[in-house]
Structures are given as structure tokens and as C-alpha cells.
Design a protein around this ligand. Structure first.
Ligand code: ATP
Ligand code: MG
Length: 454
């Protein structure tokens, strides 16, 4: 306490602490509930340890365990080389070209096993802005800790001894709910600008405060994200949006000045009052689904985030004389093109987004065979959920959504009646839905959940 105080008044940085030695905490001090540790993670650490290696649960999993939250995945760190790890497990695959890690599989469960990384040398190749391109050296455990991003992400847990090893004061920061970058903030952001997005994601998701020195350089250094490969930015955005705190994350990005001019997607989302209601609803629904343990689809999410840009261009093309459906396709192309430069939206996701959008005008056709054909669409459910969001946000009349809910829920005769009336015959006449068709393998749900399904 006094030491910290003296450090503070002398302005001595945390780096003064000897970070090559870990503070070791026993179960009574850290309070981790061993029941939250996955049995497969224990299988991996104990196999490695029996073979004479060091092995720990590391990173986000330890942070979550300390917060009393069940981790969604477990990463393992070891001093065994990837080859040595691979030999110990029946289903283990070395992946990655630049820095090899091992994927160990047990059934559907995948664990990532990483060899301790070294502090790296200052000659590691960098781009012209200082972003480290390759740095693949192995090293001792304390150097591995130093290379991690935040103090709360740099702890190691040994399930066998139930000890936590803390090199950078992570325990203290967890307790004080502080997000603090390891090392010199500017240098760490320059090495890897994605860390700025990670700060925001963790702060919003955990409800932690960003320590002032960690926070200060972000506004100035934000443009460095431009130089990060689009696929990585996309992955990080996806994590952010699927964190269960998407709304809070986006607000925080805005506060930190990370949205402007950097990610076209966010410019669009956050600087458009008309679209805001729609986006807020979509994100709130995503967050709720994630918190309830339900699936969400990235394509639905991105389709929602970009919808208002599509709508704007769609009406411009129509005003220029294009008919409705081709105009929508042109608008979708424009929007997807403008996003992919910065944000490599994967091809499958982009094609699902296009499906969701292009279904929208088809919902307006409520006669003849058209509605039945639309019901058959493989992405009908996502398209329909999207339609409901448009209704809820006030973009289109609620009546269209109600008609489709009744049609979707209805039996054969009710459907016929709806087709002839083309309007909702009796307000609120909702019946129990017929059993849904079985999901195809790999098929995922839309995020909006208009019908209280599941
Ligand atoms: P989540 O719960 O979202 O998975 P996480 O902390 O586990 O959070 P991951 O992306 O899975 O995040 O990374 C695992 C660990 O690897 C982190 O906890 C951190 O120690 C380290 N790490 C990840 N990305 C970086 C980075 N850009 N720079 C430094 N260390 C990183
Ligand atoms: Mg993780």
C-alpha cells in the first residue's frame, strides 16, 4: 500500500516491479472455484505435466475464473514445443504458419495450446508504422507474460496445485476492476493496434475502468488501426459484437474516438440518427440472446448494422429509375464493396447478408404463391426476424410483420384466408406455431427473436 503510494507520488511506473518473478497465490487467496475449470483443460495440463513440461491455463480463462465466471474457452500455455505437444495427444493439429500453436480436440471441444513466447527482439520485422509483422521466438514463462496485452490477461493457473501465478499485478487490477496494459502503452499499441479495440471490448464487457495511462494514447493512435489487415479487424469486430455487450462496446468505441474514419461500418452505425433505433434494437436483441446462451448469426448482425446504408442507396437507385429489386441488389453491392476494404467480411457472411436484404421486398408480396415460396427460403427465419426489426424500429408498418407472423404460424386454411384478405383479418389472432422444420447441420438462427422462440 505504502509502496504503491510512494510509486505514485514519485511517478514511478509499474515496470519498476520485478516482472520476471511471479506472485504465487493459493486457492484461499484467489478463490477460484475448481468446478469452473473444464475437465478437458485439466486433461491437457496434466498430460503435459506428466511428460515433464510446465502447463497452465492462461489468459482470458484465468481472468474469467477469478471473476467467478465460467470461461467460454480455455487456452493452455506450456514450455513444450508444438511438436512435443502434438505427440502427447491423439487428436492434435499444429496450425499457423507464422506462429505455430496446437489445437487439441476432444470431441467438439477445442483447446489451444501455445508454447511460451519470448520477449522478442527489437529487430523483429515491422511495417513502416511500427506494427510487428513476425516475432516467433519461444522464451521463458515471464517473457510470455510480458508479451500479453493486459495485466488481467497475463495470469497462469495450474489446476494440479490450484495456484495462480501473477507477474504483473493482475490480481490487484481484477479486484480494483482496472484494465491496464502491460509495458509502455504507446509502444504496445504501435506493435499491435488491435489492442486498442481489445481495451474497449474488455472495458465494456467486464465493466472495468481503463487506467489513465492505458487510455490516454488511444485517441491519438486510433488511425493506426487502418494499417491492420482487414481480416484481423473483422475478427476483432466480431468478438466485440458477439461479446454480449455489443451496445456498450460500440458506445465505448465512440467515447474513445475509435469509430471515426477508421471503421466505415461504425461511422455508418454511430453517425446516423435514423439508423440508430434499428441498430440499437438489433444489438440489444443480440446481447440478450448471447446472455441467454442462444446462438446468433454474424450475418444477421452485420446485415442489421449496414441496413440503413443499404436503404439510402436503394432509394437513390430507385429514384434514378431502377426498379425495386435490381435497385436493392445494386445498393447491396455498393455497401458490401465499401465495407470490405477495411473490414474483410467473409464471403459466406456477405452472401447471407445479401440474402437477408434481398428477401425484404419479397415480404411485400402477399398474394398467390409468392408467400409460400418465401417460406421455403433457407434463410427465411433470418429474413423474417429482420422484417420484424424493421417494424419495431418504425421503418415500416407493424401490420406487415403481424401479417407474416400470422402466416408463418398459421395452418393451411388460415394461410389461405390471409392470402385473400391481404390484411390482418383479426387483430392478434395468433395461433400456436406448427412444429418447425428440423435445422440443417450448421444452420444458425437469426438474432432477432420476435416470436419468443426457444
Ligand atoms: P475472450 O474471453 O474474449 O476470449 P481472451 O482474453 O481470452 O478473451 P483471446 O483473444 O482469446 O482473448 O486471447 C487469449 C490471450 O492471449 C489473452 O488473454 C492475452 O493474454 C493474449 N492476447 C490475445 N491477443 C493479444 C494481443 N493482441 N496482444 C497481446 N496479447 C494478446
Ligand atoms: Mg479466449
Amino acid at each position: 500500500m505504502i509502496k504503491t503510494f510512494i510509486r505514485k507520488i514519485l511517478g514511478v511506473k509499474e515496470s519498476v516491479r520485478d516482472t520476471s518473478v511471479a506472485v504465487v497465490l493459493g486457492p484461499a487467496e484467489h478463490g477460484i472455484d475448481p468446478k469452473l475449470v473444464s475437465s478437458n483443460a485439466i486433461r491437457v495440463t496434466s498430460s503435459l505435466q506428466e511428460a515433464g513440461f510446465k502447463a497452465f491455463v492462461v489468459g482470458g480463462a484465468v481472468r474469467d475464473l477469478l471473476l467467478g465466471v465460467k470461461p467460454k474457452d480455455f487456452d493452455i500455455a506450456t514450455d513444450a514445443t508444438p511438436e512435443q505437444v502434438k505427440r502427447l495427444f491423439r487428436r492434435a493439429f499444429i496450425i499457423g504458419r507464422r506462429f505455430q500453436i496446437v489445437h487439441v480436440m476432444f470431441g467438439q471441444d477445442l483447446l489451444e495450446v501455445t508454447t511460451f513466447r519470448g520477449a522478442g527482439d527489437s529487430n523483429a520485422p515491422k511495417d513502416e508504422h511500427g506494427r510487428v509483422l513476425r516475432d516467433n521466438s519461444f522464451g521463458p514463462q515471464h517473457e510470455d507474460a510480458m508479451r500479453r496485452d493486459f495485466t488481467i490477461n497475463a495470469m497462469y493457473y495450474d489446476p494440479a496445485t490450484q495456484q495462480v501465478m501473477d507477474y504483473h499485478g493482475g490480481i490487484g487490477d481484477i479486484r480494483a476492476k482496472i484494465l491496464r496494459i502491460i509495458g509502455q502503452p504507446e509502444a504496445r499499441y504501435r506493435e499491435d493496434p488491435v489492442r486498442m479495440l481489445r481495451v474497449v471490448r474488455f472495458a465494456a464487457r467486464l465493466g472495468f475502468t481503463i487506467e489513465p495511462a492505458t487510455r490516454a494514447p488511444i485517441a491519438v493512435m486510433a488511425p493506426l488501426i487502418d494499417n491492420v489487415p482487414a481480416a484481423r479487424v473483422f475478427d476483432e469486430m466480431l468478438k466485440l459484437l458477439m461479446s454480449g455487450h455489443a451496445l456498450a462496446c460500440l458506445q465505448q468505441l465512440r467515447t474513445e474516438g475509435l469509430h471515426h474514419g477508421l471503421l466505415p461500418l461504425l461511422d455508418v452505425v454511430l453517425e446516423q440518427p435514423i439508423g440508430m433505433k434499428f441498430v440499437t434494437l438489433a444489438l440489444a436483441s443480440t446481447d440478450n440472446r448471447i446472455k441467454a446462451g442462444k446462438g446468433v448469426s454474424p450475418s444477421f448482425l452485420f446485415a442489421s448494422l449496414l441496413w440503413h446504408q443499404v436503404v439510402e442507396k436503394w432509394s437513390a437507385y430507385r429514384a434514378a429509375g431502377e426498379s425495386s429489386i435490381p435497385a436493392l441488389h445494386l445498393a447491396a453491392d455498393d455497401v458490401l464493396d465499401s465495407q470490405t476494404e477495411q473490414l474483410a467480411i467473409q464471403r459466406k457472411i456477405a452472401s447471407d447478408m445479401r440474402d437477408i436484404w434481398s428477401m425484404q421486398p419479397r415480404f411485400e408480396r402477399r398474394t398467390g404463391k409468392a408467400p409460400y415460396k418465401l417460406l421455403e427460403h433457407v434463410r427465411f427465419r433470418a429474413g423474417y426476424d429482420f422484417l420484424l426489426l424493421r417494424c419495431e424500429s418504425g421503418e415500416i408498418d407493424m401490420e406487415l410483420g403481424e401479417w407474416w407472423t400470422a402466416f408463418y404460424d398459421g395452418d393451411a386454411s388460415e394461410r389461405e384466408l390471409l392470402l385473400t384478405s391481404e390484411r390482418m383479418p383479426v387483430a392478434g389472432a395468433r395461433k400456436k406455431r406448427a412444429p418447425r422444420r428440423a435445422k440443417k447441420p450448421g444452420e444458425r438462427e437469426g438474432v432477432a427473436d420476435g416470436s419468443g422462440e426457444e
